[in-house]
Design a binder for this molecule. Structure first.
Ligand SMILES: [Zn+2]
Length: 204
């Protein structure tokens, strides 16, 4: 796969149906997981961010190159995200940014993934924000903001404790940042009401 650094979307034709392709047991076509992990291994160690959007069957919808710390999307790209999986690389190797989660919520992604030097990160969304409001009758953004800030606060405290306990082990700032970003997302997904309703977080 070749990505030119133009910031343009490289649209991939989806229509080329292979008549020999067999349907999976779950009803999907092809081997989506394999496509995504192949792409992730290609971008994992890049110095700039690149993102790709896949549908539930693992078909590539679009690829976009960004800069050192972000990829920007226009409206036409954002509307294609609903129900699909967006993956990208994080050159710093850390977990999800706030923008990663808000973009996912705004566009109704099924899953956002980030890969880097140390880990693969995944956040899945149990429902979209319209369904959230119907079900819980509260403001999804206010709930998100509070949950994000509360879990960030707790993650800071846990990171301080963790660093204190390892002070003489040659711990680096990178180690502390990895611990903190992982703890933040774990707290957000598992220990806030919003996260329990909406989020499934995983780090491999
Ligand atoms: Zn990101």
């Amino acid at each position: 796969m070749e990505c030119k650094n133009t910031g343009e979307i490289l649209k991939i034709k989806l229509a080329g149906f292979n008549p020999n392709q067999k349907r999976n047991k779950d009803g999907t076509w092809g081997d989506g997981g394999k496509n995504i992990s192949k792409f992730e291994n290609e971008i994992r160690n890049n110095k700039k961010e690149t993102a790709a959007l896949y549908d539930k069957d693992g078909n590539l919808i679009l690829i976009k190159e960004g800069n050192l710390s972000s990829v920007s999307f226009n409206m036409g790209e954002l509307v294609q995200m609903r129900g699909n999986t967006l993956t990208h690389n994080h050159p710093n190797g850390l977990g999800f940014s706030r923008a990663d989660i808000t973009t996912s919520l705004q566009t109704g992604l099924y899953e956002i993934r980030a890969v880097g030097k140390y880990h693969d990160y995944s956040m899945k969304f149990k429902t979209d924000f319209l369904a959230y409001r119907r079900q819980y009758g509260t403001g999804v953004w206010a709930d998100f903001k509070k949950a994000y800030n509360d879990s960030n606060f707790i993650a800071r405290g846990k990171t301080d404790d963790w660093v204190q306990g390892k002070w003489d082990t040659g711990l680096t700032l990178k180690d502390a940042n990895l611990f903190r970003s992982h703890t933040h997302m774990t707290e957000l997904a598992e220990n806030t009401e919003f996260g329990q309703r909406m989020l499934i977080y995983r780090r491999d």
